[in-house]
Ligand binder design. Structure first.
Ligand SMILES: [Zn+2]
Length: 421
């Protein structure tokens, strides 16, 4: 399966600065995301899709109708327009390193940005391929413009190959994913799909079907301030009470810096205070609700102990729910994952199910009622100047999308030779 338009599309998308901005109150957070949305809208219209529009909040929608008789599922393909605010995305100059020779890739001499083969073990499988990087001054933006380009090329392929069976496809490009607002203004009605896939993952073959469960525990400590010279038995120092709570946290476990794999953590990330009033905000992450509860119970018991120590002070708690592990929802829709795995196999790759140590827009969508796992893009080192992607892996991602749509069109029947000749 060939996608001759893929490289050009990708290069043209990454050149548009779509950095999102946490400090902005508008939606989308930056106007520049709309430039990319407008370009995509034009291209989708040229491909002949219907119902192509950008809504008032900057979401781009389009529909490619099913090409078979009878009822068809509606499948959404989703990617995000914005790039991470952490690294500059201004004036991205993509470098195309053709016929990669297996050695270190010098992205730039000044500042010295070198992709070393030992720090990037995935590079060793890419000999002879075409590697794309930025020029060392910005991120590349493969997160998630690779996902956008792969969806666009797959849709272009399907639109120009009407002989290939497909279900009804809803294309959706969202703003502000990187600042956690990607699904804020979305409704299931407007998406209008039975299942969805975000194309926003990493290494070839990976299908992410699990996310963390996430809460934020906020503790407000009210102390008693009084002239320090006359404070004996009359002062309660809220700063010290916060420190006492933090001191009780395990030192060698349960933190981001001491865990990986399936272990969750407790992560104090904001502390501000005076003697009288101190606020502590703690991120809680675990793959299970029970694990989340255990960690919250531990914090509560430490806080209770500190409170008993300081009877003059008072403490209040607030637990904010962020998102839940999408696996709980996806387990009820085994087809959604199994078809993705089959599409990966039909494309000649090994499917690898992965759990994300974080959240995705798909996790929120899954809980809204649209089961939405995450498919690979082929990109590495997201949110950094070291970001890179191989063109051949992007082609595989586009092929997986085409084959996946074929599997949905055939209403669950999977031919052992694959749907597409
Ligand atoms: Zn992303």
């Amino acid at each position: 399966m060939k996608f001759p338009d893929l490289l050009e599309r990708f290069i043209s998308y990454v050149k548009i600065n779509t950095r999102s901005d946490e400090g902005s109150q508008t939606y989308p957070s930056t106007d520049s995301q709309l430039f990319l949305a407008e370009k995509l809208k034009r291209e989708l219209m040229e491909m002949g899709l219907s119902d192509v529009y950008i809504n008032e909040h900057g979401y781009t929608f389009a529909t490619l109708a099913a090409n078979r008789e009878g009822p068809s599922p509606v499948i959404a393909l989703i990617a995000h327009l914005d790039t991470s605010p952490d690294v500059s995305g201004e004036g991205v100059k993509p470098l195309v390193h053709r016929d990669y020779n297996g050695k270190d890739i010098i992205i730039s001499g000044k500042p010295e940005i070198i992709l070393t083969a030992d720090k990037n073990p995935a590079l060793k499988d890419k000999t002879g391929r075409t590697i794309i990087t930025a020029d060392g001054t910005t991120l590349l933006g493969a997160d998630d413009k690779a996902g956008i380009a792969e969806i666009m090329s797959a849709i272009n392929y399907l639109a120009s190959h009407p002989d290939i069976p497909r279900p009804c496809i809803r294309v959706l490009f969202t703003p502000d994913e990187e600042i956690g607002r990607g699904t804020d203004r979305l409704t299931l009605k407007e998406i209008g799909a039975d299942a969805g896939y975000t194309v926003d993952g990493g290494a070839p073959g990976e299908i992410e079907d699990e996310t963390f469960c996430a809460d934020t525990v906020k503790i407000s400590i009210t102390g008693v301030n009084i002239h320090p010279g006359y404070a004996r038995a009359r002062m309660a120092n809220a700063i010290k009470i916060a420190a006492e709570i933090l001191e009780g946290f395990p030192k060698d476990s349960l933190s981001p810096e001491t865990t990986d794999g399936r272990a969750g953590y407790i992560h104090p990330h904001l502390l501000s205070g005076t003697v009288e009033e101190t606020d502590l905000s703690i991120l809680i992450r675990d793959f299970t609700e029970a694990g989340l509860q255990e960690k919250e119970d531990l914090i509560m018991s430490l806080a209770e102990k500190a409170r008993l120590h300081h009877p003059l002070a008072s403490l209040s708690f607030n637990i904010e729910r962020s998102y839940r592990n999408m696996k709980t929802v996806l387990n009820k829709f085994p087809d959604v994952i199994e078809k993705a795995e089959e599409a990966v196999r039909l494309s000649g790759l090994l499917p690898v199910r992965k759990a994300i140590r974080g959240g995705t827009d798909g996790a929120r969508l899954s809980y809204m009622g649209l089961p939405t796992p995450n498919l690979f893009t082929g990109g590495y080192n997201f949110h950094s100047r070291y970001e890179w992607i191989a063109l051949e892996d992007m082609e595989k991602a586009a092929e997986v999308i085409v084959r996946l749509m074929g599997l949905w069109a055939s209403a669950g029947h999977i031919d052992s030779k694959g749907i597409i000749a």
